[in-house]
Design a protein around this ligand. Structure first.
Ligand code: SF4
Ligand code: SF4
Length: 280
């Protein structure tokens, strides 16, 4: 079985504005976080704009998984794809952002990431009392979800080497295009996957990002090595509230923050305002 994604080619008319808007979003968000202006209302506003722009208007393509899918297409078809150059440019820009300041793309610029983030607020709270009362929350340790993500990526690459592409079946991003092109089978399959991811996000924090996203695997590695990340200041009293509220166990003092999605739950709960972005 060879599944291609030729029904959703890279189109410069969408790709170039998307790339520019990603870069603008990175800079805008870094400035807001650094100036300590990224409150819940502004965050939610950015999430909604990202979903409307990158999801509904642009249609989810290009996205962070597209470059990997193009590489796999090249591997499985043993031929060069005309979309390889734009894919390389997109991957370089997105990984550079992760190398500079961790999961900033996932936190604010990815329509699928922010959609899951918005839905997660049903069960993953910034308030410890509400959090303890959240009944349907499935907690998964990040060391486990990261392993699953690498195993999935390994299987996807292995099958691509055998000329079998399964990523288009699982990739939810083209599902955003259902409003633009409602009749293509690939998009309808992706739309169903997108709905499944959305429903799962009520119970599991960012299921696609943490368990399956191939870009997430690379971005996590980059996020671990960057020096620019949330760090506790000397005002921290080690009360541990941030660690209790963080859905990915990344609020510990010595955490590498590879799975920190800039959700800001730790900042919202800290009574001493002791977590700041350290632009290293
Ligand atoms: S991990 Fe993947 S899906 Fe999640 S926010 Fe990042 S790029 Fe988007
Ligand atoms: S460390 Fe803070 S911002 Fe990062 S994921 Fe955890 S709670 Fe969210």
């Amino acid at each position: 079985m060879v599944v291609q994604n030729e029904s959703l080619p890279f189109e410069a008319i969408y790709g170039v504005p998307m790339l520019i808007s990603w870069i603008v979003t990175f800079l805008f968000c870094i400035i807001l976080i650094d100036a300590e202006l990224m409150d819940r209302k502004i965050r939610n506003g950015i999430y909604v704009v990202t979903i409307i722009w990158g999801g509904i208007i642009i249609g989810g393509v290009p996205n962070a998984v597209m470059p990997i899918q193009q590489f796999l297409t090249t591997i499985s078809l043993r031929s060069e794809s005309s979309y390889l150059l734009p894919a390389i440019i997109i991957l370089i820009v997105l990984l550079a952002s992760s190398l500079f300041v961790g999961r900033i793309f996932c936190g604010f610029a990815c329509p699928l990431g922010v959609l899951q983030e918005l839905i997660s607020t049903v069960n993953f709270k910034s308030d410890l009392k509400e959090q303890n009362e959240a009944k349907y929350q499935i907690k998964v340790v990040s060391s486990f979800s990261k392993k699953i993500r690498w195993i999935f990526l390994g299987i996807v690459i292995l099958l691509a080497l055998l000329s079998i592409q399964i990523l288009p079946i699982f990739n939810p991003f083209p599902g955003f295009s259902v409003l633009k092109t409602p009749s293509v089978t690939t998009i309808i399959i992706s739309f169903i996957v997108l709905i499944v991811v959305c429903v799962a996000s009520i119970f599991l924090y960012r299921p696609w990002c943490r368990f399956l996203c191939p870009f997430g695997a690379g971005s996590c590695l980059c996020g671990q090595v960057t020096r620019s990340k949330y760090r506790r200041t000397e005002d921290c009293t080690d009360c541990g509230l941030c660690e209790k509220i963080c859905p990915t166990q990344e609020a510990a003092r010595d955490s590498k923050k590879g799975e920190c999605y800039y959700c800001n739950r730790c900042i919202d709960i800290c009574p001493h305002d002791a977590i700041k972005l350290n632009l290293g």
